[in-house]
Design a protein around this ligand. Structure first.
Ligand code: SAH
Length: 341
């Protein structure tokens, strides 16, 4: 049975499905059945655009680890895609004395696990962060992971707030039960048509990160398309072959994302948070300009032009420089992370 048929049957059996359940089932199928990343896929990401991204994330990790006194630790990546970020990070840190952590990938897609194994064969794979051993501090990186996690959507009407559900013919509608108690008090009086999103899946991962950092030390670096909430906005979107699509058509065949509420993640983690700051500002303060100059000095003119174009896409306002944001979560007695001054 196709995913569309299974969803139809589930809706017929159990009634309209909350948007979060729709998004969870569609994305699980989507990621399990393809490598969607890159020019030939549906979307591209910072590590696929430029090696500078993974290299500077590596510099950030190594710098924090050095200033923490070079403890034994585990290096964790959530949703590693093709493994490109980690491969660039490990290459950039290979000459840092004593820096040789065990690498843990949290990844559910078998297709992407295979791609990751080709680039980082020594990694260990887990279906969730809770499976990563808790004996050592964790340094965690997550690029465009949280935006793939399901969101609940609520809509303001003349008759209070109602959850958005997917019903017959995959049409979105509103659950008749009022959901006002689930809306932050400062947003409750928003005008009809306003949409509020909450991601219990994302805040659960953030809470787990907070628990781990408090128990064993370390830090997490979270990079995503997002905002500092609470705010109303309908950010659920579908992308297919680098173009916007209908999130309720072709289930499991389009990439579904929602913007990340960094305030909600920080509150759930309940540890020291730095940022969110724009990705462009963060990369600039970590020295992307100097790193680009060093690389282009040894490159052919064509390579130099490609490196410069990649750096521009990662940092320019209106491209990824301000749309994407960077936040760090830090264990209580760990040093201040670089890039947030
Ligand atoms: N970080 C990569 C890939 C981003 S795409 C990059 O920047 O290129 C999102 C990634 O998260 C994919 O690897 C996807 O398979 C993974 N993912 C999505 N939902 C997940 C879940 N619930 N648990 C674990 N991994 C998930």
């Amino acid at each position: 049975m196709s995913l569309a048929e299974r969803l139809e049957r589930a809706i017929a059996d159990s009634g309209p499905m909350p948007v979060a359940r729709w998004m969870a089932l569609c994305n699980a199928h989507y990621y399990a059945t393809r490598d969607p990343i890159g020019a030939a896929g549906d979307f591209t990401t910072a590590p696929e655009i430029s090696q500078l991204f993974g290299e500077l994330v590596g510099a950030w990790v190594a710098d924090l680890w050095l200033r923490a006194g070079r403890p034994a630790f585990r290096l964790v990546e959530l949703g590693p895609g093709r493994g490109t970020l980690m491969a660039d990070l490990l290459r950039a840190t290979a000459r840092v004395p004593g820096f040789a952590p065990p690498v843990h990938f949290v990844e559910t897609s078998p297709v992407l696990r295979r791609a990751q194994a080709a680039l980082v064969p020594a990694a260990a794979w887990h279906a969730m962060l809770a499976e990563v051993p808790g004996d050592l501090p964790l340094l965690i990186v997550a690029n465009e992971f949280f935006d793939a996690l399901p969101v609940r959507q609520f809509e303001a009407t003349a008759d209070g707030w109602h959850e958005r559900v997917v019903g017959r013919a995959f049409q979105p509608g509103l659950d008749p039960v009022r959901a006002d108690a689930l809306i932050p008090p400062e947003l409750r009086a928003s005008p009809p048509g306003s949409v509020f999103e909450a991601s219990p899946a994302a805040t659960a991962v953030a809470a787990e990160i907070g628990d781990r950092l408090r128990a064993a030390g370390g830090a997490a670096l979270i990079v995503d398309y997002g905002f500092a909430g609470p705010a109303t906005s309908d950010t659920l979107q579908a992308v297919h072959r680098h173009e916007f699509a209908d999130p309720f058509a072709r289930p499991g065949e389009v990439d579904l994302t929602a913007h990340v509420d960094f305030t909600a993640l920080a509150a759930a983690a309940a540890v020291r948070a730095r940022g969110p700051v724009g990705q462009g500002a963060w990369l600039a303060s970590l020295g992307i300009g100097q790193r680009l100059a060093a690389l282009t000095a040894r490159a052919s003119p064509a390579q130099a032009a490609a490196l410069a174009a990649g750096a521009r896409r990662l940092t320019a306002p209106g491209e990824m420089g301000d749309l994407f944001k960077v936040m760090a979560l830090v264990a209580p007695d760990w040093p201040e992370p670089a890039g947030f001054a």
